[in-house]
Write a protein that binds this ligand. Sequence first.
Ligand code: T4K
Length: 387
Amino acid sequence: MVELARGLRLPEPVYVTRPTLPSLERFRESLEQVWDSRVLTNGGAFHQRLEAALCARLGVEHLSLFCNGTIALLVALQALRVSSGEVITTPFTFPATPHVLHWNGVTPVFCDIDPVTFNLCPEQVEALITPRTLAILPVHVFGQPCDVEALARISNRHGLRLIYDAAHAFGVRAGGRSIASFGDLTMLSFHATKLFTTIEGGALVSGSAALKARIDFLKNFGIADEETVVGPGINGKLNELQSAFGLLQLEQVDVEIAARRAVSARYRARLAGLPGLRLPPLDAPGVESNCSYFPVLVDRERFGLDRDALYAALKLFDVHARKYFHPLCSQIPAYRALPSAAPDRLPVAERVARQVLCLPIYGQLRPDVVERIADILWALHERASRG
Ligand code: T4K
């Protein structure tokens, strides 16, 4: 292995993602405008411009910016008065998803996932509905759209709220529509690890002006005017510097998505036929994905190494893949005693969490580096199969 690593090791570390930054010169110009205005936050001009620009880019009407995706999701539940009872969600997600339920006094009910998309399995959602269920909180994991039609049918039939965690799904379209336009509310994350970023940041997309107005009060302490506080809000605002950064990011987001598509296509071309490595599904008809992640499933028998061994071996070559999302959220101490968290009730999620590995993908990942990562994967397989 030492010999192999010496030959193929990358000259510098390659991480699962890297943000593509806007021009520093242009950002400096924006900063000068902020300095001139002295408006630093509380819905200033850059904030207003970014909300409008995001609506136009995403093809939605009502969007509220937030300081991060987690607070946005916390407010989404408050806005729809989901603050007791149970909400059905996925265990195969980042901990923020069940945590916002917990912080709202709601019990998460974990539901198993689809083996291909890794998203909530609609048939199993229905079986978990009880008189205490108030909402469904699905995640478009790795930017793959959930079965939005089936979930809409189920939520309508049972009078449940439907709130999407679209932290990974910026710019994704399904059935000719923005993925952010489904359900009662959709949360987006603009964290530094996302393909569109405001460093930290996020948004809620709502279906009506009235719901957006309620969200905007809630993210600003519930303040309506200098003497009126309409409800118990929180501070979820995005500031002017980050909004200005976001406007510059937005100018380059389509180039970023196209570059990620090219990385994804190169991985697919090079890794097709590599035994024991299942590649992410191709876009279903009507879906435009954003290639925000490149998750593979590692089958130990056929690849020759299990996921953990492959993850560790890649590090020797300075390739820092990530085990998103292992461990499952149902295994977090705060939730693992819940009846729905029992591993035998979540067999698909348990298997996927054991096998999944997210390979590096971002717009500026050079083609020769992608080629090298593919060479390393083939070499590791060949070495492991020789015994
Ligand atoms: N729902 C879902 C489904 C989510 O995935 C997330 C967040 C949320 C909700 C919550 O949204 P936010 O409140 O975060 O807006 C990262 C992110 O921190 C997290 O935002 C994201 N999901 C999650 C999937 O990934 P870590 O712990 O893996 O981050 P970290 O610091 O290890 O970064 C990963 C790699 O990215 C690093 O190895 C290098 C690179 N990186 C990272 C940062 C922070 C950079 O190149 N520059 C940077 O500034 O969680």
